[in-house]
Write a protein that binds this ligand. Structure first.
Ligand SMILES: Nc1ncnc2c1ncn2[C@@H]1O[C@H](COP(=O)(O)OP(=O)(O)OP(=O)(O)O)[C@@H](O)[C@H]1O
Ligand SMILES: [Mg+2]
Length: 589
């Protein structure tokens, strides 16, 4: 699988690409070669314990049936909660409730989760006694460039957590690290030592995923982690049996690989083909680790024919009723938010409504194929890079103007956090939101609850609205108020029918609920269960989607749709409209 691995091995990549499976399989191979291994899992859907039939949790635990292997499971959300409490606890009796809430919100974002996880990693990277006991430590996740850069900034450790400031700051969370500065420096050093650390970038063979790999690779190389390798996971096999869907997916994967940047193409690369089943159980994992062929048994796919999957069209029937309003899409990267937004907007326009579609998609093809294509539909684009730059400049000239060089450097890095883009884009969006009181406005991104709470806590939100609208009367409606009102706003959660993506989407929903927003519906996109295929392996995968679809229906949403995987990329008015139609499920018979 992977050869000549150094002491520390990190897997990085989007949720659900197979980091944990690869980390487990790699650990098994290392153990089989006689090495002592510590496996560190941070996967929210971690089934490492299940796979090894051992209760693990947040302590180093020997794996009974695999001698030489110990494991530890770090729950990133729990780590973040503990970390938050360490910082907030001592202030509890000192600060007023409002100020405490504001600080708590600053410590509730993705940056805190990452820093808390890094805090846990640091213990494992720097404890020399522990390291003497293991030949390899295998992590199923890796820190981001942003986190590492912040840890490297001199003096970035204190003074940024001030009551009432409430900005989307990633520096706040750093306050908790102050006491152990040298340990963090050691941890960061070890990461950038090529003899000690290798980073394995895991991605599906999709163009958007590979573009993201290119960014991550470059960013981490710049922070010093240069020992990198690429793992393409889930490549559609060449043998398609003439099945049109399998043919199309195979071609799509090959095209995506052919189109990678020269830098990504230059990385040492290992390809793992798509398997018919999820890797559950030690035996399945051992076969995978040993490189055994996929075992496609004939499917019991008859179950699929009876499944009555609700269509996107039916969801639009419901969303259409008020004749106007805001419809926003939320979901992790690449799940299909822009595509679903375009499909819903197109369908509404085709049904005679006036619709404004706003998108942040840098790819112009959606614009080209939709603009002028349909009466009643207009499209506007928000350029995230441009908005973010504008927002950054604004903060630097206002907040940054009285800072010394070191503080300015910190503020600059802080403004590179993912929260910044979200805020900037949302501010651009909020200029358009008002229009939804007259007709439909469809947006391909929704802000997270965390961002909304941060903005609301500072009041900068209200100030901004007043500035942008010139509205000063008593009946001011802020975007937050509009988003919380189900009569005005419908938020759709978009996910893929797989374990980790569904879990991640569930977390997004909880985050919105924290801000008083109840998502209106869920869209399960790129479903093989809803598509037409005779390919045995794809039918097996379709079967494994059923559990995820059931979870969404029974536990996560009262309203949902399942959109079939398309053989051709869904662009253009006709293809987008067809996403709303009932799929032909006859092939599964
Ligand atoms: N049902 C589908 N069948 C096949 N391909 C799809 C389907 N839905 C989306 N895609 C393709 O998947 C890719 C990602 O979709 P899209 O750009 O809509 O995702 P996104 O969530 O908006 O991504 P980002 O987070 O990067 O904005 C696109 O190439 C799109 O054409
Ligand atoms: Mg998009």
């Amino acid at each position: 699988m992977f050869t000549d691995l150094p002491k520390f091995v990190f897997f990085t990549g989007k949720g659900g690409v197979g980091k944990t499976s690869l980390a487990c399989a790699t650990s098994l191979n290392l153990v089989a070669a006689g090495h002592r291994v510590l496996l560190v899992s941070t996967d929210p859907a971690s089934n490492v314990g299940q796979v090894f039939e051992t209760e693990i949790g947040n302590k180093i635990t020997p794996i009974e049936n695999v001698s030489g292997l110990d494991a530890i499971e770090i729950n990133p959300e729990e780590a973040a909660a503990g970390y938050r409490e360490r910082i907030v606890g001592p202030m509890r009796d000192i600060l007023p409730t409002d100020a405490l809430h504001s600080i708590e919100e600053q410590l509730s974002g993705a940056c805190t989760t990452e820093i808390a996880a890094f805090d846990e990693f640091t213990a494992l990277l720097t404890d020399n006694d522990l390291l003497a006991r293991y030949d390899h430590v295998v992590f199923d996740t890796a820190p981001t460039g942003h986190t590492i850069r912040m840890l490297k900034l001199p003096g970035a450790w204190s003074g940024f957590l001030e009551a009432g400031k409430g900005d989307a700051s990633c520096l706040g969370p750093l306050a908790g690290l102050e006491k152990q500065r040298t340990r963090y420096a050691t941890a960061v050093d070890r990461l950038s030592d090529a003899a000690l650390t290798r980073l394995i970038l895991v991605a599906r063979p999709r163009q958007s995923a590979l573009n993201e790999v290119a960014r991550t690779s470059k960013e981490l190389a710049e922070t010093g982690i240069e020992n990198q390798q690429l793992a393409i996971n889930g490549m559609m096999p060449q043998e398609t049996g003439g099945d049109p869907m399998a043919e199309a997916l195979s071609q799509r994967d090959k095209d995506a690989l052919a189109a990678t940047t020269p830098e990504v193409a230059a990385l040492p690369r290992t390809i793992f083909t798509l398997r018919s089943e999820n890797l559950v159980g030690l035996e399945a994992l051992k076969r995978f680790a040993a490189g055994a062929a996929d075992d496609v048994e004939s499917t019991q796919s008859t179950a699929m024919t009876d499944m009555d999957l609700p269509t996107l069209g039916a969801l639009v029937d419901d969303a259409e009723k008020p004749g106007k309003g805001l419809i926003m899409f939320m979901g992790k990267g690449g799940v299909g938010k822009t595509t679903m937004a375009a499909a819903v907007a197109t369908e509404l326009a085709a049904r005679g409504h006036k619709v404004l579609l706003t998108t942040t998609d840098p790819a112009a093809h959606i614009m080209e194929t939709l603009a002028g294509g349909l009466n009643g539909l207009s499209v506007s684009r928000i350029d995230p890079a441009q908005e973010t730059a504008r927002y950054r400049d604004h903060v630097m000239v206002t907040k940054g103007k009285n800072l010394d060089d070191q503080a300015r450097a910190m503020l600059e890095e802080d403004l590179r956090s993912p929260c910044t883009e979200e805020i900037a884009v949302f501010q651009a969006f909020s200029r358009i939101i008002r229009k939804s009181s007259k007709h439909f406005v469809v947006m391909d991104t929704a802000p997270t609850g965390h961002t909304l709470l941060l903005l609301d806590a500072t009041g900068s939100y209200h100030r901004d609205i007043v500035r942008h609208t010139g509205e000063t009367s008593g009946k001011l409606v802020t975007p937050m108020m509009r988003l919380q009102d189900p009569a005005q706003t419908k938020i759709m959660i978009v996910t893929l029918p797989e374990t980790t993506p569904v879990l991640e989407a569930a977390y997004l929903q909880i985050d919105l609920q924290r801000a008083g927003i109840e998502p209106w519906g869920w869209i399960i996109n790129s479903s093989l269960a809803a598509a037409k295929t005779n390919h045995p392996m794809l039918q097996n995968r379709a079967q494994s989607e059923v559990e995820q679809i059931d979870t969404v229906r029974d536990e996560l949403s009262s309203r949902y749709a399942v959109v079939p995987m398309q053989a051709a990329e869904p662009v253009g008015v006709e293809k987008l409209k067809s996403l709303c139609e009932t799929s032909d499920n006859s092939a599964a018979a």
